[in-house]
Design a protein around this ligand. Structure first.
Ligand code: NDP
Length: 251
């Protein structure tokens, strides 16, 4: 039920953090994973580490905010693998500032990276998955898809948008046997949140105090949900937004 042998998975931002945690799970279940990011060296190192563990991993350099680069990315995936079964839209960023201090450029950068890229990649995947008989799309939201934060207006708007986009795509593409779901990670220790802990005073302690599991998450905590949502085990699940947060959202 959880076997992904023969499947091809594209993970945007798969060269580090949560994306790499998810890619590692998919590869362990047998999928060929394609890691897409802007930093080719970082991607090469991540893919090499997976291959050293006997997994199938490839890399493609792409900026997913660029419509032309997204088209080339999917073309390359098809040229190299002949199919696309799984798409994880994980590339993301933030700018931590009060809303009244955000420039339009900063707002657009966050929306383009987190939300518009997800739309572009989903749109590019749809025809390929439909032709292949179906597919699995996993979009990465956040606790800020649910909650607000004074330093995360653009980020929260983009991640709320990811959940609503997920629901619309799920309804549109269910008849094509494409399941579209969102994952809402809690606080996970990555490059992104290392910066947050420097920039937001008291964040580290507040997260620990509120998380029933009593710890920050680590990227490998996202491996299992990636496999579940990418496998036939989740064939009747679509349009959901599943927290993976050690209980943060219910406490
Ligand atoms: P990282 O900063 O470690 O990873 C972000 C990834 O996105 C990098 O691999 C980066 O690769 C890639 N990326 C960024 N911009 C682009 C772009 N324009 N084109 C292609 N790739 C891009 O952060 P996390 O692992 O923490 O975050 C991953 C996702 O999880 C994000 O969507 C984030 O919002 C979300 N998330 C994280 C949480 C956490 O606590 N860490 C909590 C909730 C959600 P490169 O630089 O090579 O382009």
């Amino acid at each position: 039920m959880f076997n992904l042998i023969g499947k091809v998975a594209l993970v945007t931002g798969g060269n580090g953090g949560i994306g790499l945690g998810m890619a590692a799970g998919l590869a362990e279940a047998g999928a060929t994973v394609v890691l897409a990011g802007r930093n080719a060296d970082k991607s090469a190192t991540a893919a090499e580490a997976l291959r050293a563990r006997g997994r199938k991993a490839d890399t493609i350099e792409a900026d997913v905010t660029d419509e032309g680069e997204v088209a080339q990315l999917f073309q390359q995936v098809m040229l190299r693998n002949g199919r696309l079964d799984i798409l994880v839209n994980n590339a993301g960023t933030t700018v931590r500032k009060a809303p009244h201090d955000l420039s339009l450029d900063e707002w657009n950068h966050v929306m383009d990276t987190n939300l518009t890229s997800t739309f572009l990649c989903c749109r590019a995947a749809h025809g390929l998955m439909k032709e292949g008989g179906g597919g699995k799309i996993v979009n990465i939201g956040s606790m800020l898809s649910i909650f607000g934060a004074p330093y995360a207006a653009a980020y929260g708007a983009s991640k709320g948008g990811v959940v609503q986009l997920t629901r619309s795509l799920a309804t549109a593409w269910a008849a094509d046997n494409i399941q579209v779901n969102a994952v809402l990670p809690g606080w996970i220790d990555t490059d992104l949140t290392r910066k947050a802990r420097e920039q937001v005073k008291g964040l580290h302690e507040r997260v620990l105090a509120r998380t029933p599991a009593g710890r920050w998450g680590i990227p490998v905590d996202l491996s299992g949900i990636a496999v579940f949502l990418a496998s036939s085990a989740s064939d009747f699940i679509t349009g959901t937004a599943i927290p993976v947060d050690g209980g943060y959202s219910i406490s």
